[in-house]
Structures are given as C-alpha cells and as structure tokens.
Design a binder for this molecule. Structure first.
Ligand SMILES: Nc1ncnc2c1ncn2[C@@H]1O[C@H](COP(=O)(O)OP(=O)(O)OP(=O)(O)O)[C@@H](O)[C@H]1O
Ligand SMILES: [Mg+2]
Length: 286
C-alpha cells in the first residue's frame, strides 16, 4: 500500500509523490533494509570470526539471528554497534554508513544493544539504573549549574516519570528500590530491555535475551518485545539459542555459520532447511 503525499511548493504546481506506507525516512531507499550488513569481515589473529557476512534487517520486524556457538553472532553485534571496527565491508543503518563509528555515535542514531552478559549497575537501585540512561541531561553541563534548581529538577522529574512508566511496562515496578545486583538473571534481562526503552531507540539488538530466564519470565519478555515492536515501532534483531523463543517470536530468522549468513526464512522454512539442521539444530528438530 502506498501513501500519497501532496507537495505544493509556491513556485510549482501541486505535485504528488508516492511514499511506501510505514516509511519513516523519505531519503531511505525502499529496496534497502533498515540495517544492511554488506560483506563484513572481522578477524582476531588467525580467527575469522565474521567472514564476509551480508544480511539485511527489515524495518518493523523481530528478526532472529541464530547459529552454533562461535558462529560469529556476538562479534557481528559488536561490529554493528561500534565496539569493533570491521576489517572490511560496510554497515548501513537507515541507508547511511555507520561502519567505523564508535558506540556512542551509533547510540545517538537510535540503535541500542544489550549484552550476552547483562551490564547493570549492581550497587544502584533498579530505578536509578534506568534514570542513568538518557543523554544530554541538563544537570551534566557545568554552565547550567546556575539554573540547576529549576531546569534540572524539572528534567529529573520527567526522567523519573518515564522510568517509572517503563518499569510498570516490564513489570519490575515492585522492585524499583531494590539493588539491581540482587535481581534474578531473568529480571536483569527485563531490566536491560527497560534500559533500552529509556533510550527511545529505532532498533534494538538483543544478545541472548532468553539466557538463564525461567519460562514465566521468558513469556513475559517475549510479550513485551512483541508489544514494543507493534506499538512503539521498534525493530529488533535478536541472537538466541532458545529455539522455542526464536521460533515463536521471530520472523524472519537468519542463520549464521562460520562467520556468514547460511540461510534466512520464516520459522517453518528454517526448521526444515537441511543446511540449518546440519550446521546448528543437529538432531534437535529432526
Ligand atoms: N575478542 C576476541 N578475541 C579473540 N577471539 C574472539 C574474540 N571474540 C570472539 N572471538 C572468536 O570469534 C569466534 C566467534 O565468536 P562469537 O562470540 O562472535 O560467536 P557467537 O556466535 O556469539 O557464539 P555464542 O553462541 O557461543 O555466543 C569464536 O571463535 C571466538 O572464539
Ligand atoms: Mg555470542
């Protein structure tokens, strides 16, 4: 479906151009994904962790990234989000190259990632962990100290309000005053998701969100991710070994093996793809 946008510049007659429905960026070509990985390579000494990997993530999807241990999934996340520079290849986010940018610059472009091992601040409360997130807080600037009282207090209140709303959403509100370090593994994963929401991202990369989570929390996490995708229009790329989570939540699923994309498809296609069964699922789904 196309949306028609009417342009009426003063010196020209009215003109109509077509823009694909859902496109958030007029300058973003329609044949690109939201994220395009093009021939990316990253080696550590003799180990080619990512070896000529090309793949695309479409806007509005929850895309799964699976593959055997050591396939290069986390390294690819690290390259995408600026923790490592690619040795070769390009990475386009919304049509613009982000290859070689640092994590902070990529964060500013509204891409947020979580880590395989959660990175909360254990000595701070759950609420404080969220309140640390937003950038450019007025209180961080020295020259603003003159105006501290009013402006900073107002901003802190706004951030706190938002943090409480987010905690309500992920159902951690009852734990807001607990130290983050005292949360269970699953609750920490929810806290990571909550932290990503404070950043108001366009895209979130989750590295094994289901690892070490009990089935109840796992279902909760899946529901929240689905809701964020549908209602907040956040695109997700998630690495996961839990096949139940991947098969129920993600579409499409991309399979990585030996540093590159091996296959991509809907869950049903992936389940029955011989190459995938060989490389990753082994006997599990036969
Ligand atoms: N910092 C590093 N230094 C050296 N080798 C590394 C480094 N990071 C990753 N590797 C190697 O690169 C390869 C890919 O690792 P990576 O962690 O990306 O795999 P993965 O697909 O995320 O695996 P898992 O599913 O076990 O998390 C592995 O052989 C790993 O040992
Ligand atoms: Mg990994």
């Amino acid at each position: 479906m196309n949306l028609a946008i009417s342009l009426t510049p003063t010196h020209l007659s009215p003109k109509t151009i077509s823009v694909p429905a859902g496109s958030s960026n007029l300058f973003h070509r329609c044949d690109e994904g939201m994220l395009d990985i093009i021939g990316v390579e990253k080696s550590f000494g003799g180990v080619k962790a990512v070896n000529g990997c090309s793949l695309s993530v479409e806007e509005g999807t929850i895309t799964g990234l699976i593959g055997p241990n050591g396939a290069g999934k986390t390294t690819l996340f690290n390259v995408i989000t600026g923790y490592y520079k690619p040795d070769r290849g390009d990475i386009l986010f919304l049509g613009q190259s982000i290859a070689g940018l640092g994590p902070h610059q990529i964060f500013k472009r509204k891409m947020y990632r979580t880590f395989q091992i959660t990175r909360e601040f254990p000595q701070m409360t759950v609420l404080e962990n969220l309140m640390l997130m937003p950038e450019h807080q007025t209180g961080e600037k020295l020259w603003n100290s003159w105006f501290r009282s009013a402006a900073v207090r107002r901003q802190e209140l706004e951030i706190k309000e938002k943090a409480l709303e987010v905690l309500e959403f992920v159902e951690l509100i009852d734990l807001k005053d607990e130290y983050a370090g005292s949360l269970s593994g699953g609750q920490k994963k929810l806290l990571e998701l909550a932290r990503s929401m404070m950043a108001e991202p366009k895209m979130v990369l989750l590295d094994e969100p289901g690892a070490g989570i009990n089935p109840t929390l796992m279902r909760k996490l899946m529901t929240k991710i689905e809701k964020l995708c549908e209602e907040e229009h956040i695109t997700f790329l998630l690495i996961e070994h839990d096949m139940e989570l991947v098969m129920n939540l993600c579409n499409p699923i991309i399979v990585m093996s030996e540093g590159k994309k091996l296959a991509q498809g809907a869950p049903e296609e992936i389940k029955s793809d011989e190459r995938v069964l060989e490389a990753y699922l082994g006997g599990q789904y036969r």
